[in-house]
Design a protein around this ligand. Sequence first.
Ligand SMILES: Cc1cc2nc3c(=O)[nH]c(=O)nc-3n(C[C@H](O)[C@H](O)[C@H](O)COP(=O)(O)O)c2cc1C
Length: 258
Amino acid sequence: MDALETLFEHQSMRNYTSEEVDPVRIANIEKAVRQCSSTCFFQLVTTIRITDRKLLAKIGLVSGGQMHIAKCPQLWMFCMDFTRLSRACDYKLPIPFDLFFAGVNDASIACEAALVAAEAQGLSCVIIGGFKRGLREICKLLDLPKGVAPVVALCLGYGDDKYREQQKPRLPKHWTFMENGYSDPYNEAELESYNQQMADYYQNRKYNTRTETWSEAASEQLKHQPRLSEILAVFKEQGFAFDEAPLPESGKKTSAAS
Ligand SMILES: Cc1cc2nc3c(=O)[nH]c(=O)nc-3n(C[C@H](O)[C@H](O)[C@H](O)COP(=O)(O)O)c2cc1C
């Protein structure tokens, strides 16, 4: 599939056949991830491909009982990894917030590139962020050293077509696209119409049907976010800090790598 077709057809898939993903497809996904843009060309991402069934089961369990993690053929964990930079540049831990942010950006970009590369080859995926509730256990399960932390993950395999649904309707386009500045698009009537569209979608889809609007579903999710203090504590244990980096000795600012 070409890039646009792949992007337009995206939908998350949480049910897979037992067919193994072949090495050629895996190599193509790796190639796409390797070619991703990277903040200051720091090359901050390490991808851990998890295929061990016991490990997948444990990760599924500590991620709030997400069975699709336990059952998927493989889970790719995109970690921000400062170990290379800290050795090559003699840069001491802890990693400050601006670099933490760079790591989150790079890992997220890598994850979406992997998803597109996978879907373009007929595979199906779901991005996983919900493992954060088991962040400490996951760092241990994957033997992550200081300077490395998981950011986002991707379940992938051959989707089980009977679970393919209609695509989820998105918010009205002018709510999420603007030109030359922000203009508040919020409008009760349009929200109500979108909520109705989502309620119809949830009620009429094949699996996991429910009677909820988008606002209700999002409000429910907001109540169940993992504790930020707990997540920050784990990132600190992994060698990250949430303050400003010390100024370089020269005090000079440098431009981004090109
Ligand atoms: C950063 C991020 C984290 C996500 N975490 C999870 C997750 O932990 N479990 C899950 O089942 N889906 C997860 N999703 C998938 C979203 O639920 C999904 O993309 C959204 O409902 C839209 O559906 P669609 O991708 O089928 O269009 C995540 C998506 C993103 C971008």
